[in-house]
Design a protein around this ligand. Structure first.
Ligand SMILES: CC(C)(COP(=O)(O)OP(=O)(O)OC[C@H]1O[C@@H](n2cnc3c(N)ncnc32)[C@H](O)[C@@H]1OP(=O)(O)O)[C@@H](O)C(=O)NCCC(=O)NCCS
Length: 177
């Protein structure tokens, strides 16, 4: 008989805590990921952010997802070949069919253990089925003051994103005419 998933990643349609879907990814930076200066490529970091964020959101929704938006991204420090890149992803808010995830990126020097935050990103994913229809997602249980504050901030970012989307849509319509 196939083994049933249990514990934090078990599928459930009910409300979920952020801790149940929190995800940490660690990877060593290899020469293939780097620019000629020996630092990880920004595009590689963006790819890893998308993956870490998507995993946390999949663990929350247990549905198919598409990326709807990625907020402005900054790279504070380079990460060298041979050092580690660590990504911590945590769902901050879940609405009807969409959810926001915060992804924090750190570098860790292999020889000293020195860890520094290099980026923080917010991504929005939308839950869909195979025909592209939106699927309602579990609500997010907010337990701590920090989680409540993060969800409050996420609401504000969502409003800004939807406004930006509207503006882009109307610009695209004008270009299409
Ligand atoms: C994202 C997408 C599914 C939204 O479809 P849509 O028909 O415009 O959806 P709606 O306007 O009905 O919005 C659906 C949900 O997404 C949210 N949403 C849509 N666009 C958003 C954006 N730019 N930022 C934040 N949230 C967004 C809405 O707020 C809504 O959330 P809610 O149900 O929790 O309230 C659609 O635009 C799409 O498929 N885009 C391409 C996605 C893609 O290819 N990504 C890269 C590869 S995965």
């Amino acid at each position: 008989m196939p083994q049933q998933l249990t514990g934090s990643t078990a599928p459930t349609a009910g409300p979920k805590r952020a801790a149940e879907s929190a995800t940490e990814m660690v990877q060593v930076v290899l020469p293939n990921d780097a620019n000629p200066l020996g630092f990880i490529l920004g595009g590689t970091v963006m790819h890893l952010i998308d993956i870490a964020g998507a995993i946390a959101c999949h663990r929350h929704t247990r549905t198919l997802l598409v990326t709807a938006a990625v907020d402005g991204l900054q790279f504070l420090h380079p990460i060298k070949v041979g050092d580690m890149i660590i990504l911590k992803a945590r769902v901050t808010a879940a609405w009807s069919t969409s959810l926001e995830v915060e992804v924090e990126v750190f570098s860790e020097e292999t020889l000293t253990g020195l860890r520094r935050m290099t980026s923080r990103a917010y991504l929005t994913f939308v839950s869909i089925d195979r025909d592209g229809r939106r699927i309602p997602i579990p609500t997010l249980i907010l337990e701590t003051e920090e989680e409540k504050q993060k969800a409050h901030d996420a609401d504000r970012r969502r409003a800004e994103r939807l406004k930006a989307r509207k503006e882009l849509e109307s610009r695209c319509e004008q270009v299409g005419r």
